[in-house]
Design a protein around this ligand. Structure first.
Ligand code: PXP
Length: 236
């Protein structure tokens, strides 16, 4: 079964627009799990523009599925994740000012750096995943970093899907096959939606988990959160 982890950043974005506590991210996390999500993902950023550091701690006790914290591994991020101890940490190489994650790690160039950080998380029993482009050499580099999983960055797939889905999926199939060969688990995320998810899930063997935020929360405006989560789950 491929797990669906719902990224609830957008709930925090709406909440922060008015500076109050509504809509509640805690309630959203509780309900996503009640409606069938297999995990909750958050991506705290240094400017706390959506998920705040306080949220990161507050969400932990209500998790009944899997808690996945994504982010750039700054010293503060590493300390916070080790204190909160989620089931999984996903390392993303984005700078503080990017709108959203926009590239995968260069796992060759940053191998020593990633290796050290990954081993620190693993010492605390936290499963590690690193965000990578679908390139065989980046998967081989990821293996040398000691990560448990990679998260395949699917923006390019989503963009190309409408033009030529057979071509769009190819690098992902190759990267996923390499990951499987090397014994690395496979996650995927970014711009996955009701239109492109099923094809991706069908063609990527051994896909463990997808994390979806923007499209899913947007769909929920029209379709309702429970119905939307069920629709995504059915595609998996
Ligand atoms: N994976 C990573 C590393 C991300 O940064 C994001 C966006 O926060 C996602 C997955 C989910 O992307 P989307 O919001 O487009 O579903």
């Amino acid at each position: 079964m491929i797990k669906l982890s719902v990224n609830i950043n957008k709930i925090a974005t709406i909440r922060n627009a008015r500076g109050g506590s509504s809509p509640s991210v805690l309630e959203a996390a509780i309900n996503c799990q009640k409606f069938g999500a297999d995990g909750i993902t958050i991506h705290p950023r240094p400017d706390e523009r959506h998920i705040t550091n306080k949220d990161v701690y507050a969400i932990k006790p209500i998790i009944t599925t899997e808690y996945n914290i994504e982010g750039y591994p700054s010293v503060d991020f590493i300390k916070m994740v080790i204190a909160v101890k989620p089931g999984q940490v996903t390392l993303v190489p984005d700078g503080p000012n990017v709108l959203t994650s926009c590239a995968g790690w260069n796992t060759i160039r940053f191998q020593d750096y990633l290796k050290e950080i990954i081993s620190a998380f693993k010492e605390h029993g936290i499963r590690t995943s690193i965000f990578v482009d679908p390139k065989v050499e980046m998967i081989e580099g990821a293996k040398l970093c000691g990560t448990d999983r990679v998260e395949l960055y699917t923006e390019e797939y989503a963009t190309q899907y409408r033009l030529d889905k057979t071509k769009a999926i190819l690098p992902y199939v190759e990267a996923a096959d390499k990951a499987t060969e090397l014994g690395i688990g496979i996650n995927a995320g970014h711009d996955l939606n009701l239109e492109n998810l099923e094809y991706f899930a069908k063609h990527i063997s051994n896909l463990d988990e997808v994390s979806i935020g923007h499209a899913l929360i947007s769909d929920a405006i029209y379709l309702g959160l429970e119905n939307t989560i069920q629709m995504y789950k059915r595609l998996l």
